[in-house]
Ligand binder design. Structure first.
Ligand SMILES: NC(=O)c1ccc[n+]([C@@H]2O[C@H](COP(=O)([O-])OP(=O)(O)OC[C@H]3O[C@@H](n4cnc5c(N)ncnc54)[C@H](OP(=O)(O)O)[C@@H]3O)[C@@H](O)[C@H]2O)c1
Length: 298
């Protein structure tokens, strides 16, 4: 019999993929949404809500305030949802003997490096969102040495069609030319690949501390968007924009939250733990466009 798992934020982009993966692998799973547990609640109310998953030996915390620009203007809410609530959940988990896996972000880095970020590179966030995620990491890891923080980046996947493959294809159908940020580099990451890659580590006692996870390879946002439009065209989507032009982050984000320029992750720790390679981002983007994006336009 597999160990029971709780998922907080089970209807988010990542939460859905984790839920799907748990069910596919036969884990008994307790999915919690904002209705069951609101991160804005008090410590007492959060602990009461968690009583419904007292049997769970693992809690995957995929909920949080993920809107970088909203966080910039509402720092108290960012800190409440991404750090204080994490602290409450981590305390409950430690008292209940439940391992906690929390998800963090490449926004913890300033993007000044020009080689892949390792787990032990110092965090230096440029935004309120990034700061709140660092604080959430600390709260997770201080509560128990069994806990794990998985840093992610550039997620796309079914359930929340707001990522680059979704909007780039939609804009390319409507417009002849597109201006896309060309000076930001990272690794597009398919939520289904992330969930599948993580499952073998759910109960692995060696997988503690911080872990970087993304699809393999890297690209600029412009290259990502170009590839998405090409894949959509290959699927028969009537795209008009064949001309995608690079613009700078400064042009696009102006006075919005500052984004790090370069955040490719080193996947060495993941490889050492599992002996596995992550799939290249291109194949996963192609699959997502074929299965979820193109059908909207055909
Ligand atoms: N998206 C990315 O590119 C990216 C990159 C790096 C790291 N991450 C991290 O990965 C994790 C998952 O991200 P995601 O892309 O799956 O985000 P998402 O689709 O925005 O999902 C966030 C989840 O949090 C829930 N939530 C928001 N406010 C809440 C509240 N007050 N109480 C309870 N639940 C609340 C949402 O519920 P509702 O649906 O009810 O709003 C949703 O289920 C986050 O920790 C994020 O920081 C994401």
């Amino acid at each position: 019999m597999k160990q029971p798992i709780a998922i907080v934020g089970a209807n988010g982009r990542l939460g859905r993929a984790l839920l799907e993966e748990c069910r596919r692998r036969g884990h008994p799973v307790a999915p919690l949404t904002r209705h069951d547990l609101d991160l804005a609640w008090s410590r007492r109310k959060i602990h009461e809500a968690l009583e419904s998953c007292r049997d769970s030996r693992l809690l995957l915390l995929a909920a949080g305030n993920t809107n970088v620009d909203v966080c910039e203007h509402e720092p108290e809410t960012a800190e409440q949802l991404n750090c204080l609530a994490v602290e409450h959940i981590a305390q409950w988990c430690a008292a209940n003997g439940t391992r906690l896996v929390n998800f963090s972000s490449d926004y913890v880095f300033d993007g000044e490096k020009d080689s892949p970020y390792r787990e032990d590179d110092p965090a230096h966030p440029l935004s309120v969102y990034g700061r709140s995620k660092v604080d959430g990491e600390i709260a997770t890891l201080e509560a128990s040495p069994d806990n794990l923080v998985v840093r992610l980046q550039w997620l796309f996947g079914p359930g929340k069609p707001l990522a680059t493959p979704d909007w780039a294809v939609a804009l390319a159908v409507e417009n002849d030319t597109l201006n896309i940020v060309g000076d930001r580099v990272g690794a597009p990451s398919y939520t289904r690949d992330i969930a599948a890659a993580l499952e073998p580590l759910f109960f692995d006692p060696r997988a503690t501390g911080i872990l970087h996870l993304s699809n393999a390879g890297s690209c600029s946002w412009l290259e990502w968007a170009r590839f998405c439009v090409e894949c959509a065209a290959d699927c028969g989507v009537p795209v008009r924009a064949r001309n995608l032009t690079g613009v700078s982050m400064e042009d696009v984000f102006g006075d919005r939250a500052t984004r790090p320029r370069y955040t490719v992750f080193s996947l060495e720790k993941y490889r050492d733990l599992t002996g596995r390679e992550m799939p290249d981002w291109r194949g996963s983007v192609r699959e997502y466009i074929r299965d979820f994006v193109a059908p909207r336009f055909l």
